[in-house]
Design a protein around this ligand. Structure first.
Ligand SMILES: *[C@@H]1O[C@H](CO)[C@@H](O)[C@H](O)[C@H]1NC(C)=O
Ligand SMILES: *[C@@H]1O[C@H](CO)[C@@H](O)[C@H](O)[C@H]1NC(C)=O
Ligand SMILES: *[C@@H]1O[C@H](CO)[C@@H](O)[C@H](O)[C@H]1NC(C)=O
Ligand SMILES: *[C@@H]1O[C@H](CO)[C@@H](O)[C@H](O)[C@H]1NC(C)=O
Length: 472
């Protein structure tokens, strides 16, 4: 007789027990309240379609016929549903039908800790987040996530604020609109609040800062939020990542933000902010900053307003298209961890310190579109190393002394005469000539497309790390 392999053994054992038990008409070994089980089937059916027959396909949903995306825990010897994750994560995930609906029966699953809908509600039929009954899950729900649901419309119901145990609220890339309810500020246990990629408008409620001392990640990016940054954000004592990019925010940094001493990412790209560098004393206090992204704002001012040695851990500094004037201070070359520096398309003038080339980790340098002058003193080796991740063109008074590099910058007159005396077209400082030269070059990728990576994708890892660290 063939030996039963060890991986089969548990399955066969479960089958055996199931048939033994059910033939006697008793409850199965892993008991589950009939109502809990029926509710689970009906909730799933409302989403995946009426043809899905739970009792037939998954007679023991927490036991030997587990459903992908459903997790259960034992409580007082009974199985309860504690996690429900609907939408395309894996091939075997529960997939939403075109007429998927949010079943109010969900609120009967009293042990539910994690609930998520991913790419579920399509634009064929619009759905809203239920505006009532969330208090029924207040005792259990810790994670609520609606992600990439194009058909999810309407406002964020204030009733969500009843979920006082919530640690993670993620409503990202849906079609939600309206103002953010100030009641969300009551969610005092939140570690992550991500409302990016919707159509939220109006002011950011001040309540979001005042009562959320546990918050690690706040992401309100890619909406249409207006007004200024609330000074209450200064109370977010644990905050690691703040992303308000791609909104319509104006004003400067409130001085209170200087209390965010754990903040590693500040992303305010693409807003209407001004005077941020003039608030240097606020930036100076954010000693943990690694990624400072302020591009596409009418910031104004000059780089020398900031004492860069106070934010020595910076790895990313993005100040493209920020209406900056003045020179590039040498202290920038003291940011030894810098990997990405984008100062392109400003009104910067003066010379470029060759010390920038000594930054050991630098892999992106964009200085194009300014009024920098003099000779670029970098080595050929430096240009080779940077390749297409650097740009210097569109600085009509800038020239270089090396051979054939860099793109869009002409050789300095003197260097050219010594290294290449037979060449007639010596640089004459005529900006028209240099910009017409530009068209004949293949332009490397812009700083905008080069900058990726940091941000909220990374934040999941950060969150896990921090939660782990806090536990141990
Ligand atoms: C599911 O299947 C069971 C057993 O085959 C059957 O009794 C039941 O009516 C079906 N339910 C639905 C909703 O089709
Ligand atoms: C800068 O980073 C280093 C290494 O990650 C860390 O030890 C140091 O505490 C950081 N400095 C500040 C001011 O956060
Ligand atoms: C840029 O700054 C100058 C003053 O330094 C100001 O006059 C001008 O309006 C600003 N431009 C924009 C687009 O904000
Ligand atoms: C750019 O710099 C040159 C040389 O220093 C100066 O003559 C010119 O006025 C500047 N242009 C602008 C637009 O600031």
């Amino acid at each position: 007789m063939r030996r039963i392999t060890s991986s089969w053994a548990p399955l066969l054992l479960s089958l055996l027990l199931f048939f033994l038990v059910s033939s006697e008409g008793e409850v199965p070994m892993a008991p589950m309240q009939r109502t809990e089980q029926e509710t689970l089937y009906l909730v799933i059916q409302d989403v995946v379609g009426k043809r899905w027959n739970g009792s037939q396909l998954y007679p023991d949903p927490c036991g030997w016929t587990q459903i992908q995306g459903v997790s259960c825990d034992l409580s007082d010897g009974m199985w309860y549903v504690t996690g429900l994750s609907i939408g395309r994560l894996l091939d075997s995930s529960l997939e939403c039908a075109e007429d998927a609906a949010f079943s109010p029966l969900l609120f009967e699953l009293k042990h539910l800790r994690r609930l998520s809908f991913l790419g579920c509600f399509s634009s064929h039929r619009q759905t809203t987040i239920p505006s009532r009954q969330w208090e029924q899950l207040a005792g259990s729900l810790e994670t609520l996530e609606f992600r990439s649901n194009q058909g999810l419309v309407g406002e964020v119901p204030a009733n969500l604020a009843q979920l006082t145990r919530l640690q993670s609220l993620v409503l990202v890339d849906n079609s939600l609109s309206g103002e953010l309810p100030r009641e969300l500020g009551n969610l005092a246990q939140l570690k992550r609040l991500a409302l990016a990629g919707n159509r939220f408008c109006g002011y950011i409620p001040a309540s979001l800062g005042s009562n959320m001392a546990e918050l690690l990640i706040l992401d309100l990016s890619r909406n249409s939020l207006t007004g200024s940054l609330p000074s209450s954000f200064g109370d977010l004592a644990s905050l690691l990542k703040l992303d308000l990019s791609h909104n319509l925010l104006h004003g400067s940094l409130p001085p209170e933000l200087g209390s965010l001493r754990s903040l590693t990412l500040l992303d305010l790209r693409n807003n209407e902010l001004s005077g941020v560098l003039a608030q240097a004393h606020t930036l100076h206090r954010m000693v943990s900053l690694q990624d400072l992204l302020l591009s596409d704002n009418p910031l104004g001012g000059s780089l020398s307003e900031v004492q860069w040695e106070n934010v020595a851990n910076l790895t990313t500094l993005d100040l493209s298209r920020a209406n900056l004037s003045g020179a590039i201070p040498e202290s920038i070359a003291g940011l030894k961890r810098l990997r990405f520096l984008a100062l392109d398309n400003n009104r910067l003038s003066g010379s470029v310190s060759p010390k920038l080339a000594t930054l050991p980790s630098l892999t992106g340098l964009y200085l194009n579109g300014n009024n920098l002058t003099g000779e670029l003193g970098f080595s050929d080796e430096f240009y080779r190393r940077m390749g297409r991740r650097s740009a210097f063109w569109d600085n009509p008074y800038l020239c270089h002394g090396s051979v054939g590099m860099p793109t869009g910058v002409e050789q300095c007159k003197q260097a050219q005469q010594t290294s290449n005396p037979q060449d007639v077209a010596a640089y004459d400082g005529n900006p028209d000539q240099s910009s017409s030269m530009l068209t004949s070059f293949v332009l490397p990728a812009s700083s905008t497309s080069a900058w990726r990576g940091v941000g909220v994708q990374e934040s999941v890892i950060a969150l896990l790390l921090v939660m782990f660290w806090r536990r141990s």
